[in-house]
Ligand binder design. Structure first.
Ligand code: C5P
Length: 230
């Protein structure tokens, strides 16, 4: 099954709720740094009160003990999914999962790793980060590391989802941004894919922002994607 996560990239809660209140059914929303750092944990509580699910996209990356304590607090907010940078290493990722389990015993939030940011070029990887290897191979290695550390999945492009499932197993989740329904604007995304193609490639969650948030009729745009995924 492929689920939709709507990227709620708004500057403040005013715009975020004007958007969310158009929906009469619960949706899965991604709250990122922009909104969270402005509105704080209160916005999470308000979104949860309205019955929506939340992927809190803060990409934690620090020493294991700090990440563990931070994750304990995020889990207590009752978010459904969080993420870390795999570059923090296995110990840090395992600590993240431990913190989540302590913060919400019984049903901890899903923990997803960022392998390489899409803004990282081959040239930057080799010459700035001093990592030798192809970006895609490094991403696959980081994905396996995330799995070994006990994480639930990774963020990747639709074009990598199949390989990640081959390397890490079908149960390891792939969360894929860069989704554009046929005919919609590419915006600043490069390697885009349609919802149907994402499903075909085995993506578990598609992250869709502007094609829904900027549509004249956001609810219709959301429902059309839902139909395409059936
Ligand atoms: O509006 P759009 O559909 O392009 O939004 C995609 C969302 O996914 C944004 O919140 C963006 O920051 C996020 N994202 C991405 N590419 C990545 C990781 C995250 O587009 N590699």
């Amino acid at each position: 099954m492929t689920e939709i996560i709507v990227a709620c990239d708004f500057p403040s809660k005013k715009e975020a709720f004007a958007f969310l209140d158009k929906f009469s059914e619960p949706v899965y929303v991604k709250v990122g740094m922009e909104l969270f750092y402005r509105e704080g944990p209160a916005i999470i509580e308000e979104i949860k009160k309205r019955g929506h699910k939340i992927f809190l996209d803060l990409k934690l990356h620090d020493i294991p003990n700090t990440v563990k304590s931070a994750m304990k607090n995020l889990a207590a907010l009752d978010v459904d999914m969080v993420n870390v940078h795999a570059a923090g290493g296995k110990k840090m990722m395992a600590a993240a999962v431990e913190g989540l389990a302590e913060g919400k015993p019984g049903k901890r939030p899903l923990c997803i790793a960022v392998t390489q940011l899409t803004s990282t070029s081959q040239e930057m990887l080799e010459n700035e980060l001093l990592i030798q290897g192809k970006v895609a191979d490094v991403a696959a290695h980081y994905a396996l590391m995330a799995k070994e550390a006990g994480l639930d999945g990774i963020v990747c492009s639709v074009h990598e989802a199949r390989r990640i499932h081959q390397v890490c197993g079908e149960d390891f989740l792939t969360v894929t941004p860069g989704i554009r329904p046929a005919g919609s604007s590419k915006d600043d995304q490069e390697r885009i894919a349609t919802p149907a193609y994402a499903k075909e490639e085995g993506s578990n969650f598609i992250v869709v922002g502007r094609p829904i948030t900027k549509a004249d009729d956001s609810v219709k745009a959301y429902n059309d994607i839902k139909e395409e995924l059936k």
